[in-house]
Design a binder for this molecule. Structure first.
Ligand code: XIL
Length: 318
């Protein structure tokens, strides 16, 4: 099996294995580029398809950096996921401070979705249409979209995305993976959307293990099953696993991390409705957690791009 990568092993079983990517290291670090192209068959721009990046002013879109990522993907035959059309973070000031009426904000969201989804029509495997719609207490999150447009902003966003690109997979995304009140609400939302005939194909489980998300892979497996019964796919969309949540020596921590990656991969491989696992980066050199929680080394390659036990564990599982 020498010469095999995660990507080549995944391809043999029609599985999508991926990472979030940033344009800067993609441009500046040849090793970053090489590893992405060798190991992954799907990528998500970590920040550059968010609202504020693509649409910095009401009458101005900027696709430069997202285009560079999509172009890289095309050259290496890698699929791309777009993230995220309607979210409460990463909004430009002109949206947040605009004091728009319901009609105006609907027009703004419609224009945004139409323009962005049309720009990438035919080039995006799946769109994260609504990110983090549910609050920890189970109610719909009171975002600017929710408060101004009403709960139907979710149905509308899904419909507008489908209209702009009929051939891409549409999903809602949240950290609601285990079995708890939040994941129950996320499930109820998905179920109601299906019952109302909204164009929803899948749900995303962010899977920031031990930070926002459950570390209980058995619960995650259970949860996946009930989405299968609704006819919905599940994708693992942002997996990372900081090692400081595990006790023991550094070697033991790395082994526990490896087991977590392997367990979650196995859950997805074993489920009838999961064929995608994307990590929120791949090298500990570039992880959002450094700035956010200070959590340590959550990914499968170390800072020098050497594979960690977690890489080998996933390789074995594939
Ligand atoms: C994070 C990025 O990784 C950071 O670089 C950025 O500063 C903030 O957003 N859930 C999501 C992602 O859906 O978009 C977030 O990404 C991480 C949590």
């Amino acid at each position: 099996l020498a010469g095999e990568s995660l990507r080549s092993l995944a391809a043999k079983r029609d599985f999508l294995i991926g990472t979030a990517v940033k344009p800067q290291p993609l441009q500046d670090e040849p090793t970053y580029r090489e590893v992405v192209a060798r190991e992954f068959n799907i990528i998500i721009p970590e920040n550059h398809t968010k609202f504020s990046r693509l649409h910095p002013e009401r009458d101005r879109y900027d696709f430069t950096q997202a285009d560079a990522i999509v172009q890289f993907a095309k050259e290496h035959d890698i699929k791309v996921i777009g993230h995220a059309l309607a979210w409460f973070h990463a909004l430009p000031r002109w949206v947040v401070e605009g004091n728009f009426s319901r009609e105006e904000l609907m027009e703004i969201l419609h224009d945004h979705i139409q323009t962005v989804v049309d720009h990438y029509r035919g080039q995006i495997y799946a769109w994260d249409v609504v990110n983090e719609p549910v609050e920890a207490n189970g109610s719909l999150r009171e975002t600017i979209w929710y408060k101004t447009i009403g709960p139907e902003y979710i149905d509308l966003a899904l419909r507008w995305t489908r209209e702009a690109d009929p051939d891409t997979l549409l999903y809602i995304n949240d950290y609601a993976e285990g079995l708890n009140s939040k994941s129950q609400s996320f499930y109820n939302l998905a179920k109601e959307l299906r019952q109302r005939g909204a164009p929803l194909d899948a749900v995303g489980f962010q899977t920031h293990v031990g930070f926002l998300s459950s570390d209980n892979s058995e619960e995650v497996a259970e949860n996946m099953k009930r989405y299968a019964e609704l006819g919905l796919e599940v994708m693992i969309t942002e997996m990372d696993v900081p090692i400081d949540q595990f006790s023991g020596t550094p070697e033991e921590q790395l082994e526990a991390q490896a087991k977590m990656y392997q367990d979650f991969l196995k859950v997805c491989l074993d489920a009838s409705n999961c064929n995608t696992l994307v990590m929120w980066g791949f090298t500990d050199r570039h992880t959002w957690l450094t700035g956010f929680t200070g959590s340590k080394d959550p990914l499968i390659f170390d800072k020098s791009y050497q594979p960690k036990p977690a890489y080998h564990a996933m390789w074995e599982e594939l």
